[in-house]
Design a protein around this ligand. Structure first.
Ligand SMILES: O=C(CO)[C@@H](O)[C@@H](O)COP(=O)(O)O
Length: 228
């Protein structure tokens, strides 16, 4: 079942090593099907070199495996919490090196320019550390819950990315393609922000008017960027 979605999720998983966002098996992509309420996700620990569309695993939002010969990604409970809370169509997890460096430092990525503001309406937040109990029990589900907690005053449609302290990144979007696109952008923005602070340690975030103009010209009700 869901053969077209399996193909799409497979192709988007393959984008991660192609774009330099994962080393070995350090990441995964999933995509949601609105008709069935199921989602398709990469199997855990299967190398990208041997991954096939038919290896994708079909899951429901209760964490039951619907179809697939492999165990799903170990991050499946995190994907589930993001699907439930944000109602998105695709989720990506990576340990992409520049963004993960910010995550390991426990720092949100400030908006330093229009590249960032074109995609993310304000800083990309860094979620708080999980407590020892949250790590010991239901770690991956708690990772999702802490991301959701991070967005209690943020619109997940306006900032489709998060850093997890001591861990890595999650991005999302209307489908798996957009979630991967956001993961690629996040990595570039993280790299530029790091270099910006190296060149000028006392640099300030871009003015709010830049954030407003650049995000809304691509995403707002009056968006005009491209062939709209
Ligand atoms: O975050 C981690 C490891 O720190 C995992 O998400 C990553 O290795 C991918 O795991 P899966 O192979 O998808 O189970």
């Amino acid at each position: 079942m869901l053969e077209a979605l399996k193909q799409q999720v497979f192709e988007q998983n393959m984008e991660l090593p192609k774009r330099g966002l994962v080393t070995y098996t350090w990441g995964n992509v999933s995509g949601f099907d609105n008709e069935t309420g199921y989602f398709v996700i990469k199997p855990s620990g299967i190398d990208y070199d041997v991954l096939k569309p038919e290896d994708m695993v079909v899951m429901d939002l209760e964490g039951n495996k619907i179809e697939g010969k492999y165990k799903p990604s170990s991050d499946t409970p995190t994907h589930i919490e993001l699907y439930k809370a944000f109602k998105v169509g695709g989720v990506v997890h990576t340990h992409s090196p520049w963004a993960t460096s910010w995550a390991q430092a426990g720092r949100s990525i400030p908006c330093y320019g229009t590249t960032h503001a074109d995609y993310f309406y304000g800083p990309v937040p860094c979620a708080r550390s999980l407590t020892a109990e949250e790590i010991s029990e239901a770690y991956e589900k708690n990772t999702g819950l802490v991301i959701v907690e991070t967005f209690k005053d943020l619109n997940p449609d306006y900032v489709q990315a998060v850093l997890c302290t001591n861990h890595g990144t999650f991005t999302w979007g209307k489908d798996a393609d957009e979630a991967v696109h956001n993961a690629v952008v996040l990595e570039e923005v993280a790299k530029m922000a790091c270099r910006t602070e190296m060149i000028r340690p006392d640099v300030k975030p871009a003015p709010d008017v830049i954030k407003e103009k650049h995000f809304m010209r691509k995403h707002g009700a009056n968006a005009y960027y491209g062939q709209i």
